[in-house]
Structures are given as structure tokens and as C-alpha cells.
Design a protein around this ligand. Structure first.
Ligand code: IMP
Ligand code: MG
Length: 188
């Protein structure tokens, strides 16, 4: 194969065009109701004071948006990103921080906001590095959890939905950067 052929193939794979419509696993109304309940639970565990939500990009961005709008009282937000997946559907087991927080979390009441806990490797890594920065409290909210896939025992304080070992997309979650705009959680 000539080098030009290789580039052609790569571009085609990296710009997947979505044709398949994901099958609904968790619908919009169910998401809204469950996220409102999570927000109440999070606030009742810290009735007064500022909650500092840390969104793990990119998958959790819609969850963060809905979660903070359902949360009463003072909140602040920050963003971080790490990569463990590339375009594959199974974890490489390697986690790398690709975007750090803007502000210090020392002395703050921090909630990590994640889209999904699969093997648990990403979350475990994030919890370790954030705990080392001296927050007053550190808790984790995950929209989805696949407990059957865990490789490491990781504590998740708030879980939206526990699901089976199926690859899901939508509501911020992607397959090769596609499907994030699907307004429900679906299976390909
Ligand atoms: P873990 O480190 O294996 O727990 O993987 C966590 C990350 O993998 C999540 O934050 C997602 O970005 C991604 N991930 C795991 N399972 C799925 C899935 O079913 N759909 C989309 N992304 C997933
Ligand atoms: Mg993620």
C-alpha cells in the first residue's frame, strides 16, 4: 500500500458518518427525573455551602448542565479531561490527563461529574489526583455505571443508572466522537 492510500483510509475512519439510529435504553424523561433526584440527594448531603462540580470532558458535559440546573444553592464549575479510549470501545487501561482544572480545589466541597464508570480506571485515577490536592470533601456523581466491567474497586457516591455490559451512546457519550447530540442514552 502506498502512503497516500493509508492517509485516505485513515481520514475515512476518523470521520465516521452516523447512519444507525441508536435504540433507546434510557429516554429523555427518565434522564430528567433521575438527574433531578440526584441533584436533591447531592444538595441534602451538603445543605448549605458551595458545591464545586468538576465535569470530566467530554462525555459528562450535558449531564453537568442538567445536574447543576437541578441543584439548588450556590454552585461553581470547572472542567478537566483525560483520555483512556481513543476511538475504541474498550479501555486501554492507560489514563492520561489532557486538560487540568483552572482553579485550586483546596478546602472545597468537590463533586466529580462523570458520564460512565466502566472498568473504573479513569475514575480511580481522577479521585487519586484530586484527593491529593486537599479538597474539604470529594464525592463522585456518575450518570451510568457498568459494574460487571469493573477492574478496580472505585467508590461512586451517586449513580444515575446501573446498566448491563452494552456500549452506549448519546446524551454526551460518543462512539468515535459521534452521537453526542442524541438526546437519550441509546445502544448502537
Ligand atoms: P473506564 O476507565 O473504563 O471506567 O472508562 C471510563 C470512560 O470510558 C468513560 O468516561 C467514557 O468516556 C468511556 N466509556 C466507557 N464505556 C462507554 C460506553 O458504553 N459508551 C461511551 N463511552 C464509554
Ligand atoms: Mg468520560
Amino acid at each position: 500500500m502506498m502512503s497516500n492510500d493509508f492517509i485516505y483510509v485513515y481520514v475515512n475512519v476518523s470521520r465516521v458518518t452516523t447512519t444507525a439510529t441508536p435504540t433507546v435504553l434510557i429516554g429523555q424523561d427518565e434522564l430528567t427525573a433521575r438527574i433531578a433526584a440526584l441533584a436533591q440527594e447531592i444538595r441534602s448531603d451538603l445543605p448549605s455551602g458551595q458545591l464545586h462540580f468538576i465535569c470530566v470532558l467530554k462525555g459528562a458535559f450535558l449531564f453537568l448542565g442538567d445536574l447543576i440546573r437541578a441543584t439548588e444553592g450556590p454552585v461553581s464549575i470547572d472542567f478537566m479531561a483525560c483520555s483512556s479510549y481513543g476511538a475504541a470501545t474498550s479501555s486501554s487501561g492507560e489514563v492520561r490527563l489532557t486538560k487540568d482544572l483552572d482553579a485550586s480545589i483546596e478546602g472545597r466541597d468537590v463533586i466529580i461529574v462523570e458520564d460512565i464508570v466502566d472498568t473504573g480506571l479513569t475514575l480511580h485515577y481522577l479521585q487519586e489526583i484530586l484527593q491529593a490536592r486537599g479538597p474539604r470533601t470529594l464525592r463522585t456523581a456518575c450518570l451510568l455505571s457498568k459494574p460487571s466491567r469493573r477492574k478496580i474497586d472505585v467508590k461512586v457516591d451517586y449513580i444515575g443508572f446501573t446498566i448491563e455490559d452494552k456500549f452506549v451512546v448519546g446524551y454526551g457519550l460518543d462512539y468515535a466522537e459521534q452521537y453526542r447530540n442524541v438526546p437519550y442514552i441509546g445502544i448502537l
